[in-house]
Structures are given as structure tokens and as C-alpha cells.
Design a protein around this ligand. Structure first.
Ligand code: FE2
Ligand code: FE2
Length: 252
């Protein structure tokens, strides 16, 4: 019977089982459903056979690691990131090359958005997430890497990544807004900082590389203005984005 079920049916069955077992109902965002090919947000209905009263989730998602009341950047990495090895490898590469602290921080945070939030336009989302807490040059560079990665710069030995040919095909052309962003970045005073992210970006991901947060703790301490209220509770223009990452399935 199970073999005859489609992937979607199996996912639905799993979800039904989960909704019977959890105390709370976990609805999905419109974005989540769109990614699955559906339009509109799915609202979970209480299960008639549930052993507990079931309300819509308005607190922590019980399936995710619990976060402290005043979360730090590291807490988000540890509790919400789908892997930070790639960023640690990039930052380690920049550290070994003797880059300035701002560049090392930019490398450490450059792909944060795709690790904890969303892949599409990740450079823009990532820059926005950190903007209130870092030097303008750092968030500028994170934003710029979105476009710069598609354009070679032989002066610093950066070629178009082989991996992109495998991922996107040899005829892939970046969108027009990316081309425009590249032109603007090329003439910007911080061009090289953004470019250095692409130079130290490790495209050939090595799962066995020994890297850790430890060498960057002081650099983050000096260059990332961690709000005392906790990321998400400092009333900054992006605080809600951090709160959503902390509780991604909160009903409202
Ligand atoms: Fe990236
Ligand atoms: Fe990257």
C-alpha cells in the first residue's frame, strides 16, 4: 500500500500522523506552499482523534531546537542554520589570507540567508538581516556578492565557477537586475570587499574540513553589534525577520 502512495500522499500521511501527536497545530506559510507547487496557506484543522486539545501554534515550534530568550547571532547559527560549514570555510580562507576583519566578517556571514532563511536572492536578504548591526561596508559586500559571483575578475584570479556550469548549464545568463547590480558594484568604492567574498567563497564544499566558530568569536564581538535585548527584540527595522526565523511556523 505504502509503495503505491505518491510522494505528496506520503508527506500528507506523515503530517496527519504528526498533527495527531503534537499538542499544537502547525500551519504552513504561503511561501512554503508555493514552493511545493500549491497556492495559498494551508491551515491545519484539529484532528478529531487527537489526544490533546489542539490550538494553532503561537509559540515555539516543538520540532525545532529551543532558542534562548535573548538570542545572539551564534544562537541563530546553532539552532536554525542548515549548515554553516561553508561560511566557516570561506571565513577561514579569508583569515589565512590575512584579510581585514570587515572582509572576514563579510565572508563569515555572506550566505547566512540561505542557511537560515531562503535561497532566492540570498545576498539581498542576507545583507538586510545584518544591516543594522555591522559596518555599512560589510552589508554592502554581502549584497554585492549576489551579482559579483556571476562575473569573473582576472585581476584577482576569480573565474566563473565551474560549479555554476554544472548547476545552471553553460548557456545560463544572469537576470538583467543582476547585470545592472554588477555594473553598479564594479564602480563602487567597496567593490573589492564584495569581490573578496567571491574570491574566498569555497565553491568546492569540503565536508571534512576542520573549521570552527572559535577563531571568529572575537571578530564577531568587535564587528557585530549584538543587541542586548536579543536579535529579534531590539525593535530594529529587521527585528521581525529574526523573529520569524526564530518561530517560522507561528500562526500569526
Ligand atoms: Fe552566496
Ligand atoms: Fe558562498
Amino acid at each position: 500500500m505504502a509503495e503505491k502512495m505518491s510522494l505528496t500522499e506520503r508527506a500528507d500521511a506523515l503530517e496527519r500522523k504528526m498533527s495527531e501527536e503534537l499538542d499544537v497545530l502547525i500551519s504552513k506559510s504561503a511561501l512554503f506552499n508555493m514552493a511545493d507547487g500549491n497556492l495559498g496557506a494551508a491551515i491545519m484543522r484539529p484532528h478529531p482523534g487527537a489526544k490533546h486539545p489542539q490550538y494553532q501554534l503561537m509559540t515555539d515550534d516543538p520540532r525545532l531546537p529551543k532558542m534562548p530568550a535573548k538570542p545572539t547571532l551564534l544562537d541563530y547559527f546553532e539552532c536554525r542554520a542548515a549548515g554553516i560549514n561553508h561560511m566557516l570555510q570561506s571565513a577561514t580562507h579569508a583569515l589565512k589570507a590575512g584579510m581585514p576583519e570587515k572582509t572576514i566578517l563579510a565572508c563569515l556571514l555572506h550566505d547566512m540567508a540561505n542557511a537560515i532563511f531562503i535561497k532566492s536572492d540570498h545576498g539581498y536578504w542576507g545583507a538586510q538581516l545584518i544591516e543594522p548591526y555591522v559596518d555599512e561596508e560589510v552589508s554592502w559586500a554581502v549584497r554585492a556578492h549576489q551579482a559579483l559571483r556571476f562575473f569573473p575578475d582576472e585581476s584577482v584570479g576569480y573565474a566563473y565557477p565551474e560549479m555554476y556550469i554544472r548547476h545552471f548549464g553553460k548557456d545560463y545568463e544572469p537576470d538583467d537586475y543582476i547585470k545592472e547590480a554588477y555594473k553598479r558594484a564594479r564602480n563602487h568604492k567597496w567593490y573589492m570587499t564584495g569581490r573578496m567574498i567571491t574570491v574566498h567563497d569555497i565553491y568546492s564544499f569540503d565536508p571534512n574540513a576542520k573549521v570552527s566558530w572559535e577563531p571568529f568569536a572575537d571578530i564577531v564581538g568587535r564587528n557585530f553589534r549584538q543587541p542586548k535585548e536579543g536579535l529579534g527584540f531590539d525593535d530594529s527595522p529587521v527585528a521581525h525577520m529574526w523573529r520569524t526565523i526564530r518561530r517560522p511556523t507561528k500562526y500569526l
